[in-house]
Design a protein around this ligand. Sequence first.
Ligand SMILES: Nc1ncnc2c1ncn2[C@@H]1O[C@H](COP(=O)(O)OP(=O)(O)OP(=O)(O)O)[C@@H](O)[C@H]1O
Ligand SMILES: [Mg+2]
Length: 222
Amino acid sequence: MSLPAIAIANLAFRWRPADAFCLKLANATVDAGKSLFLHGPSGSGKSTLLNLIGGVLLPERGSVSLLGQPLGEMSASRRDAFRADHLGFIFQQFNLIPYLSVLDNVLLPCRFSARRARRVSEPAAEARRLLAGLDLDPGLLARPAAELSVGQQQRVAAARALIGRPEILIADEPTSALDAGRQVAFVELLLSEARQAGSAVVFVSHDLRLAAHFDQSLALAA
Ligand SMILES: Nc1ncnc2c1ncn2[C@@H]1O[C@H](COP(=O)(O)OP(=O)(O)OP(=O)(O)O)[C@@H](O)[C@H]1O
Ligand SMILES: [Mg+2]
């Protein structure tokens, strides 16, 4: 049996020692290639949980293991390298580099991770394939990211997260700026690419109508 892509056990996190725990989660796993829909009211800790899964934050109690490796046992630099090698992250505000072209933005993970670069035979061709699969007009590839619409930037952020087939794909409310029809289309394209790559997906959204597209759902309480 293969290890889960993400395994969370007895997690408790708070921002300051004097605060109450802002997040408690007994157990959650996401198997390789499976998808989890994460929802809950604003302030319930969704983004905090994504940062714990990404090893950007560390829990006070409990553990997060990715691909069988406990993040809490890695040094900070090892965690950074592990993240670059194995995680694709789509941020809510996309975090594209505004002056870089669409193509160069998508290629960034291959610059930061030799492993991601090795997993694609021709990075530029793979970037083009992903962007076409995500329905981005090929005429935009040389444009600076700053000149794209929000929906176009979202596709670039998704392609950047997917390049080099990371085992884990994390998406923080990437659809909130889109209308309902485009949200569903985007989720379907993203999940289809993730499935082909065998990536486990954690996807945050307020929009419960999207939950049906995912293998499992997890609700965080306020
Ligand atoms: N850097 C921080 N320092 C201190 N507290 C924080 C920090 N970031 C978030 N919090 C607090 O942690 C709690 C959870 O925040 P989080 O951003 O995870 O919520 P969320 O579920 O993602 O909300 P939203 O749906 O609005 O994005 C909130 O009460 C928030 O105020
Ligand atoms: Mg959030």
